[in-house]
Design a protein around this ligand. Structure first.
Ligand code: IMP
Ligand code: MG
Length: 336
């Protein structure tokens, strides 16, 4: 086990959908983490391609593809019970998944409130009910995981498990959801999600203090996308997005994503606020099709390399992982 990779936080830089699921699935196979802790809630979907199958997971941590990895949902997370149980069955992880007893629970009524509340009109939420569920948690009236009989077999103390694992020098991935520009504190308020999405918040939701983190791996996509309302600097027309091959449909909601070219200023802001120590850039093959499937940095075309160098120069963060295709191992890994 490599000591300097004991605890790594994976955070998104833009508006979510940067490809964190893909990066986490790579780390799951390559770094063989002992634990992976997912934060956030059901509004986020992480897409993972594995052995020819596509998974869009809203609840189960992305490292599920490594059968040795224990999968946890932290105290700060917000559990959609039905979706979780469905995904546990789909992925076959019932014997290695744990839910913090103090995680809050999102109910059907929250989804209805999300779709009908006047104060949420125009935000373009996912409609899962995450905002109203967190409102209820803040009111101290929310149900917690420990109140739900179906969750009983999975209940645990995630903070205790993670800190014990770190004491034993085990490898831990803290899996963020969404991206910095959707952060309740640092994003494009009011067009944001109901929580902070920064690296510090990911730690807090899991119950790990900042001094235990060895790396903050910030995930950028080679171009930017956004679903829902709110500003998107440099936004392209739908036609132009289709022409460039950047047009995407959201994994979670089936909504069309708006798109824009990579914004270096935003990238710098995200690196700063997350205190990123490493970066990943996904979908380089969408920007430069000749990168598809390349796994060796030297084989990337010159223009792709200079794009990566420009990101590094702007952000001051080394790009260590570069995604070149959907399968977990379609990655250029520049770590030692
Ligand atoms: P909510 O999180 O459902 O309240 O939605 C608030 C905003 O965050 C909307 O613009 C959503 O489209 C966006 N959002 C929430 N989760 C995700 C995600 O996982 N990917 C992309 N956008 C998201
Ligand atoms: Mg997503």
């Amino acid at each position: 086990m490599v000591k300097d990779l004991t605890c790594i936080v994976v955070a998104g830089a833009f508006w979510g959908d940067e490809g964190k699921g893909k990066i986490i699935s790579y780390l799951a196979l390559k770094d063989k983490p002992d634990l992976c802790i997912r934060t956030g809630s059901v509004n986020a979907a992480h897409t993972i391609y594995f052995q020819g199958k596509r998974y869009a997971l809203h609840m189960v941590p992305g490292a599920f593809i490594n059968p040795e990895c224990r999968l946890l949902l932290g105290a700060g997370s917000n559990i959609h019970v039905e979706q979780l149980l469905k995904e546990i069955e789909l992925t076959g992880v019932e014997n290695r998944l744990g839910v913090d007893k103090q995680a809050s629970v999102i109910e059907e009524k929250h989804s209805i409130q999300d779709k009908t509340s006047a104060h949420l009109k125009g935000i373009g939420t996912t409609g899962w009910g995450v905002g109203p569920a967190i409102e209820e948690r803040v009111r101290r009236t929310a149900k917690l995981a420990k109140d739900i009989p179906e969750l009983k077999p999975y209940l645990t103390d995630v903070a205790e498990e993670v800190n014990q694992a770190l004491d034993a020098n085990k490898k831990v991935i803290l899996e963020g959801t969404q991206g910095l520009m959707l952060s309740l504190f640092h994003g494009t308020y009011p067009y944001v999600t109901g929580r902070d999405t920064s690296a510090a918040a990911i730690c807090s939701e899991a119950g790990v203090g900042p001094t235990r983190i060895d790396h903050v791996l910030l995930v950028y996509k080679s171009f930017m996308t956004r679903v829902g309302a709110g500003p998107l600097p440099g936004e392209l027309s739908r036609e132009e997005a289709i022409k460039r091959g950047w047009f995407e449909i959201a994994a979670g909601t089936g909504r069309e994503r708006r798109s824009a070219p990579f914004d270096f200023e935003l990238a710098r802001k995200a690196a700063k606020i997350n205190s990123a120590t490493q970066a990943a850039v996904t979908k380089l093959d969408v920007l430069y099709p000749s990168c598809k499937g390349v796994r060796n940095y030297d084989e990337l075309p010159a223009e792709a390399k200079s794009f990566i160098t420009e990101i590094e120069n702007y952000t001051g963060v080394q790009v260590v992982l570069i995604g070149t295709g959907p399968e977990p191992l379609d990655i250029v890994d520049r770590r030692n």
